[in-house]
Design a protein around this ligand. Structure first.
Ligand code: GTP
Length: 597
């Protein structure tokens, strides 16, 4: 069996449970470069990713492991993104493996992401090797952590390996467990080609580079191939493996993990989850579970300086080259002028794109509050989807509105169950299950996605003193009694500030927005009214008080450095303002709906 000496696996864990550190240690042990060095040298992984300490793009690596008895193995370690926005990518990366190391921090125990990730592995029929990590910590309680895994996920506690990525304890045991417990990949190299795309990136010279797991068959340069879901044919230029970086090879055959360049120009044609097969000799069925990348959170992005419109469009096009999950289309706002409606996988994805536009492309942007996609049935029977509150129809035209729901899992110490349940109730959540895990509780709720988009995670963390963790998956659409709240500044509706909100919350949200706006809009020579309205009805009102003294008057003349700072601050602030008549509205005001307090 040609694949008997191959092991394809991944490491999954809750954020901060030590995935990167353990991966580094394994790489070091097997004579490869540390994960972080590798990232610096190979695929140009995002600077942001490093700064934020989360993995966004998965980069596989190929390692050689020689057992004490001299047997040599090839390990393909497939990294997975560490955030719920990218859970589909995680599930496809796992589909490329036969097993996983499931890490649990011995001082923290099972967390929400541990559970969700474990189920992704179970759904893919993977062998799970539980690893109780960070056992060097004084607060480590490996017994409890192992017991929790057994109770919550049903993974036998005695199979758990105890390890520390920091001190290196347990690394040899982990490597042996990979060989012994994870099965070699199945598949017939002579069968028609069937390869799963689990990631891709755009290279200016070679076009889209696909990261693939070959399930059946063999592929080499000059072969004609077909992307089954995209329905497009290509010719293979090069294939290879990761070692680290892209190493050109002769061929890829069943069981192997590697990369393919096939002159693919558009990343939309090469989506994660699609199946690559032979152009002339096709496999019977595509690999199951393909989902086209689908943005679920939308926000308007506008240049603060209208001159920058083209620059913004060019930048969006460049980012799009490398990101099939990101979408944009031109949009016009009465208030903000020409900009783009952009679609993202979640809030983190949105933040990453915005930060990249600002840092790498040097753009100053106004971003409107993120919104989900609503499905509206009109009284004339027509159904349309909208992710732009400004386009939401008036009430007399609406028969029914539906909004996306998620299944949310929260893991928390039992002391905080009361307040967290109350928070979930406020967010229109419906409890599905409640499981005790030692002194902790797992709550599963169905909640409207829009309710957790804004400040939910921060609120959850603050009321649980940082102890609660969460993860979620999309559920589909449900009916909701939703209204559009418009915001007026100086008696004019600013379309880009409109929000969609549940009927029970229009007053409280309207209040919050106008108060926040009155706080952040700079004072004028005259008082400026800020109002929240539904149709013609005013539901909340606040006033930006008239301007009194020069801002520098506060400085008593003497302190030059302070004066400078203040002026600089003003200048910076001004860069992110939009002028409405005589009133300047800063970026912060557009996100007033997101503010906590
Ligand atoms: P994401 O990439 O965000 O998912 O995080 P991660 O799971 O990769 O965690 P990472 O390896 O970055 O470690 C998180 C923190 O835990 C860091 O501060 C590490 O130094 C620390 N850490 C990781 N492994 C160990 C360990 O075995 N023992 C101790 N004491 N600390 C560890």
């Amino acid at each position: 069996n040609p694949t008997a000496r191959i092991r394809n696996f991944s490491i999954i864990a809750h954020v901060d449970h030590g995935k990167s550190t353990l991966a580094d240690r394994i790489l070091e042990k097997l004579g490869a470069m540390g994960e972080r060095d590798k990232r610096d040298q190979t695929l140009d992984t995002l600077e942001l990713e490093r700064e934020r300490g989360i993995t966004i793009k998965s980069t596989p690596i190929r390692l050689n492991y020689v057992r004490d008895n001299g047997e040599s193995y090839v390990f393909n370690l497939i990294d997975t993104p560490g955030h719920v926005d990218f859970n589909y990518e995680v599930s496809r990366s796992l589909a490329a493996c036969e097993g996983v190391l499931l890490l649990v921090d011995a001082s923290q125990g099972v967390e929400a992401q541990t559970i969700v990730n474990a189920y992704l592995a179970i759904d893919n029929n993977l062998e799970i090797i539980p690893v109780i990590n960070k056992i060097d910590l004084p607060a480590a309680d490996p017994e409890s952590a192992a017991r929790e895994l057994e109770e919550v996920i049903g993974i036998p506690a005695e199979g758990a390996v105890r390890a520390s990525g920091k001190s290196g304890i347990g690394i040899p045991e982990i490597l042996e467990a990979v060989v012994e417990r994870i099965p070699p990949p199945p598949g017939d190299p002579a069968a028609p080609l069937k390869a799963l795309i689990f990631d891709s990136f755009f290279d200016a010279y070679q076009g889209v580079i696909l990261f693939v797991r070959v399930l059946e068959g063999t592929m080499k340069a000059k072969d004609g191939v077909r992307l089954m879901n995209a329905g497009k044919n290509f010719e293979v230029d090069k294939v290879g493996t990761f070692s680290p970086g892209l190493v050109v090879g002769e061929e890829l055959s069943a069981g192997m993990v590697g990369w393919v360049a096939a002159g693919i120009k558009d990343i939309q044609d090469a989506q994660v989850g699609d199946t690559l097969t032979g152009r002339d000799r096709q496999t019977d069925e595509a690999f199951p579970g393909f989902k086209p990348a689908q943005p679920v959170v939308f926000s308007g992005l506008y240049p603060t300086d209208t001159e920058d419109y083209r620059k913004l469009r060019d930048a969006l096009e460049k980012l799009k080259l490398n990101d099939a999950a990101f979408s944009f289309e031109p949009e016009t706002s009465e208030a903000l002028g020409f900009g783009f409606r952009c679609g993202f996988l979640g809030l983190l994805h949105a933040e990453i794109i915005q930060e990249r536009l600002e840092r790498e492309y040097d753009l100053d942007l106004i971003a409107t509050a993120p919104a989900v996609v609503y499905r509206v049935t009109l009284t004339n029977g027509e159904i349309f989807e909208t992710q732009n509150p400004a386009e939401f129809p008036t009430r007399d035209r609406i028969e029914m509105v539906e909004e996306p729901y998620i299944k949310l899992s929260v893991m928390l110490p039992e002391d905080y169950v009361g307040p967290v349940m109350q928070l979930l109730q406020e967010r229109r959540g419906a409890m599905q299950t409640m499981n005790y895990v030692g002194k902790r509780v797992e709550l599963v709720y169905e909640v409207p996605f829009a309710e957790i988009l804004y400040d939910f995670h921060d609120r959850l963390k603050s009321i649980s003193r940082g102890y609660a963790s969460m993860d979620y998956e999309q559920l589909g659409y449900r009916e909701g009694d939703l209204r559009k709240v418009d915001i007026m500044v100086n008696n004019e509706v600013i379309d880009a500030l409109a929000v969609i909100v549940h009927e029970t919350k229009t007053y409280s949200l309207g209040r919050k927005i106008v108060d926040k706006m009155a706080e952040v809009i700079p004072r004028q020579m005259f008082p400026v009214p800020v109002q929240a309205v539904i149709g013609a009805k005013i539901i909340a009102r606040a006033t930006v008080k008239a301007y009194r003294k020069d801002v520098l008057a506060k400085c008593y003349g003497g302190d030059i450095s302070r004066k400078k700072k203040l002026l600089e601050k003003q200048k910076k602030g001004r860069a992110r303002m939009k002028q409405f008549g005589t009133v300047e509205v800063p970026q912060e005001a557009f996100l007033a709906v997101l503010s906590t307090e």
